[in-house]
Design a protein around this ligand. Structure first.
Ligand code: ZN
Length: 178
């Protein structure tokens, strides 16, 4: 009924399309937000990069951690097998029960959270990591996690700066109008 096998490739592809490096471009803290053309081989054309990013900023709002998600861990992660859209979560307050469903009317994808999560856990149990790779994997996961957090913090700082610049501009405009 449900499958999540589509998500990995899509995620990788979107990572590649979001990273200017693959379009032959370089951005770095030292360049102060500027993007320059690098000398390395391009994986995708700058044109595709621009198009994908335009589309993504329009349709993709990313995954943000939200305390409400704690009871619905697979929300927006698991794909409905029939319509290939990410499952939403909801709660029936009267019963205090959480459910997942897709947004496509008529497909009847509706499943109790604990049931789907149980199935997911069973699926995960099929995979085991050889003992000799455990430390390496922990190290890599920590590095990836830290990198994601860093990028987010950097974005936050940049947004803060941008906000300051814009509010100063707004102030000047208001003064000019007086
Ligand atoms: Zn569906």
């Amino acid at each position: 009924m449900f499958a999540q096998k589509h998500i990995n490739f899509k995620q990788h592809l979107s990572e590649i399309c979001k990273n200017p490096f693959y379009a032959g471009l370089l951005s770095h803290k030292l360049l102060e937000g500027k993007i320059i053309e690098g000398k390395h081989e391009k994986f995708i054309t700058p044109e595709i990069f621009r198009k994908v990013n335009e589309m993504q900023s329009k349709y993709f709002h990313g995954f943000t951690w939200n305390m409400d998600n704690q009871k619905l861990l697979l929300k927006l992660f698991y794909m409905c097998d029939k319509c290939k859209t990410a499952l939403r979560g909801y709660i029936i307050r009267a019963k205090g029960l959480h459910y997942y469903k897709c947004n496509t009317i008529g497909y009847g994808c509706n499943i109790r959270a604990t049931v789907l999560e149980g199935k997911f856990e069973q699926e995960l149990r099929k995979y085991s990591i050889p003992q000799e790779f455990v430390e390496m994997l922990k190290y890599q996961l920590t590095a990836t996690f830290n990198q994601l957090i860093d990028e987010k913090e950097e974005r936050d700082v940049n947004l803060g700066k941008e906000y300051l610049i814009k509010s100063r501009k707004l102030k000047r405009c208001k003064n000019d109008l007086r």
